[in-house]
Design a protein around this ligand. Sequence first.
Ligand SMILES: Nc1ncnc2c1ncn2[C@@H]1O[C@H](COP(=O)(O)OP(=O)(O)OP(=O)(O)O)[C@@H](O)[C@H]1O
Ligand SMILES: [Mg+2]
Length: 312
Amino acid sequence: MAYVIETKDLTKFFGKRNIIYHLNLKVPRGVVYGFLGPNGAGKTTTIKMLTASLRPTYGEIRIFGLEMPQKRVEIMKSVGYMPEVPIAYEDMTIFDFLIYMGRLSGLKKEKATEQAKDLMNYVGVGKLALNKIKELSSGQKQRVTFASALIGNPELLILDEPTANLDPLGRIEFIGKIISLAKEGKTIFVSSHIVSEVEKMCNYVGLINQGRLIAQGRIRDLTQIEENDYDVATSNNALALNFLKEKPYVREVWEEEGIIRVQVDPRFLDELFLQFPKYLASQGIRLKLFRPHTSPLERILMEKFGIGEVGD
Ligand SMILES: Nc1ncnc2c1ncn2[C@@H]1O[C@H](COP(=O)(O)OP(=O)(O)OP(=O)(O)O)[C@@H](O)[C@H]1O
Ligand SMILES: [Mg+2]
């Protein structure tokens, strides 16, 4: 299989400190790849090497099958990069900055201007067009940096914690945009330390911890572990709880703050799934919530990292 990004034994030392260990990334075409790991794991260091802003100590990087950093100029024509620390051009207006970036990428003035307008509206800073970069909030700056990554309609996006400064609504909008960009056929490599966000926007994941890739692959394939711990809420929890307590396949069941936690013998999951809704319907009880207690990706993380949380 041809990968859009592929690294072989990618390794980085800062002085004597080994920060990245033999990373073998494989990013297939058309996926949204979540590069997930805690603070200090090595995400930014890896991304800087992928975009040739930092030299590997050793190892190979191929993007579109071409060698990085040797083929940097050619590769970066088709890459939109959103760095962790955005934009240095503090005295430019957003509009001028985006036109300038468009010109740098080889667009004629008219085309660059038209694209700048479209992108400002797309990322939600159209009304701020004539504000200087230094006058923007960090979330607004992040939106402008996202716009600049989209200049020239690149086929690969490399985004380093693109939602870090966005407000909750901004995050939801951003995730929607990533999903539609992926539908257009782009490959998106995006770092994050927020599990729920990766679950919403990515179909691939690479888990990095202390400079090592711990797991990589399609989220659906990685998360096929039997679930046996559920959160349940109904319009009559007392009755529902009594029903569950009597079932031989229920190992433990208790109520916490309006939510019933039920742990089931996974061999008899089908019985729970068939009998419980039937019982609720017969009693006229409404089911309000039924979901695995931890999300599939969280379970993988607990297994691989040996901890409950990667970040927030
Ligand atoms: N220029 C540098 N010199 C020395 N050490 C560095 C340098 N840059 C990063 N490091 C170290 O490398 C490790 C990985 O840093 P990196 O910025 O890649 O992490 P990250 O996964 O992006 O974290 P975050 O989620 O906080 O952005 C950290 O321990 C950091 O201290
Ligand atoms: Mg980082």
